[in-house]
Design a protein around this ligand. Sequence first.
Ligand SMILES: [Cu+2]
Length: 153
Amino acid sequence: MRCNPSRRVLAKRGSIPVALMFLAACTRSPAPAPGHAVDVSLRDFRITPSRHAATSGVLTFRIQNHAPATHEFVVFRTDLPPARLPIGSDGLSVDESVLRDVAEISEVQSGTSETLSVALRPGHYVLICNLEGHYLGGMHAALDVTGEGPTGG
Ligand SMILES: [Cu+2]
């Protein structure tokens, strides 16, 4: 199932299609409800969400790359702390084969912004840039999603 085809939202490296099943509810709503948007700032080498907690449901990430370099934005569920993710055999990036419920924008060019809307169920999520060396450089952040979102949405 595909939605929001104008964005490069895909399971990179093609290894985890099952993880995308929960993303079937992603939307391209242009005006997210208050409390269901997170502004994300990308810099060399920081990924900074405007908040670290949200309620479950469709959450719209508004990602802005302030850095001179291209970055990516990856969100996934994990119980691991953001700085404790397993590194792959390349020694430079997180082993994405262990990630669940992944959504991403694979390239956010310097000076541009992108949006990514994802249906998130309650749990602990981590936001990273997984370009080589960027995670190790510090591009990771936590996001906790609770089940107490507004009803009727
Ligand atoms: Cu990066």
